[in-house]
Write a protein that binds this ligand. Structure first.
Ligand SMILES: NC(=O)c1ccc[n+]([C@@H]2O[C@H](COP(=O)([O-])OP(=O)(O)OC[C@H]3O[C@@H](n4cnc5c(N)ncnc54)[C@H](OP(=O)(O)O)[C@@H]3O)[C@@H](O)[C@H]2O)c1
Length: 276
């Protein structure tokens, strides 16, 4: 049973590989940059020849979501006889707002599910690793600049997403996870303002939190998004969560049999992010 883990340089992919290896498996790791990932095979979703070669004799795939290449992936995976795909999707794939239909994860889920193999979608909400982007502005300005500071999120640790993926992959095709989608959240609903306060409490780094007006946020943030619809979808999502505690999803505990890791745990696991 060969498991292909795509996106080898990604934080979640690296944790998935470590988890599978710890379980005694020898996953095939794939990356666009094989020199950065020892032992990996070339894999670029925009280059179909690398996709077909990486999929040879593969039973299961851990896949990052990319709508523009999803149809080509389905064709290659069906040709290779893949039995199961575990797709790293997002909670935004089922967001209840007018831009959600254009969400790249929703579109990827729709296309990836057309293959002959079984699919399990992992649908995490906001990643705790987003704070790495906050830290860049903090280093430059002493500020963290975000819209909707009072929006509630339940951010999730990348290790919990990887642990969930590993359990689904270990269960393999034919398990009760086939055809299921698992929303995944962290253990606690917190405003972004509270997350920033806790960065200071845990690391001692002083931070000025700046609540960006929507127009200012568009100017500062939208360039980093995959498309404008995704940015608008995120903005309306955050607006809808002001004063509204975020649901705590049971997915991590259900799949991994351990509680989801807290924001304080993430800050202690990544002291380098906010170190002065
Ligand atoms: N940030 C959030 O709050 C959040 C919430 C929910 C869902 N998500 C989703 O989670 C995913 C990963 O997020 P992240 O920030 O953790 O990413 P990341 O660590 O930067 O990793 C992304 C990975 O995608 C792979 N990749 C990119 N383009 C590729 C291509 N053309 N062909 C093959 N692989 C490609 C890369 O692998 P190589 O470089 O090794 O090729 C890269 O390692 C994204 O789909 C994102 O939308 C994010």
């Amino acid at each position: 049973m060969t498991i292909l883990v795509t996106g080898g340089r990604g934080r979640i992919a690296r944790a998935v590989v470590a988890g599978l290896t710890a379980a005694g498996l020898d996953p095939r790791v794939a990356s666009r940059d094989t020199s950065a990932v020892p032992g990996s095979v070339p894999f670029d979703l925009t280059d179909p020849s690398t996709v077909s070669a990486a999929l040879r004799d593969v039973t299961q795939v851990f896949l990052y979501a990319e709508p523009t290449t999803a149809a080509a992936f389905v064709e290659a995976a069906d040709a290779a006889g893949v039995k199961k795909v575990v797709l790293l999707s997002s909670m935004s794939s089922y967001a209840d707002n007018e831009d959600a239909a254009a969400d790249p994860h929703a579109e990827t889920e729709r296309v990836i599910k057309t293959g002959a193999y079984a699919v399990t979608c992992l649908q995490p909400g906001a990643f705790m690793t987003n704070a790495i982007f906050w830290s860049y502005a903090l280093r430059a300005t002493g500020q963290i600049r975000l819209p909707y500071l009072d929006a509630e999120e339940a951010p999730i640790h990348e290790q919990d997403i990887a642990d969930a993926a590993v359990q689904v992959l270990l269960a393999g095709p034919g398990s009760p996870h086939d055809g299921r989608a698992y929303p995944l959240s962290g253990p606690e609903s917190m405003t972004r303002r509270r997350q920033i306060e806790q960065i200071t409490e845990v690391t001692g780094v002083p931070i000025e939190a700046v609540d960006l007006a929507p127009a200012q946020a568009e100017e500062e943030m939208s360039r980093g998004m995959r498309n404008q619809a995704q940015f608008r979808s995120l903005m309306s999502y955050w607006a809808s969560r002001v004063g509204l505690p975020h649901p705590i999803e049971p997915g991590v505990e259900l799949l991994t049999a351990h509680p989801a890791r807290s924001w304080q745990t993430w800050l202690r696991d990544h002291p380098e992010v906010f170190a002065e």
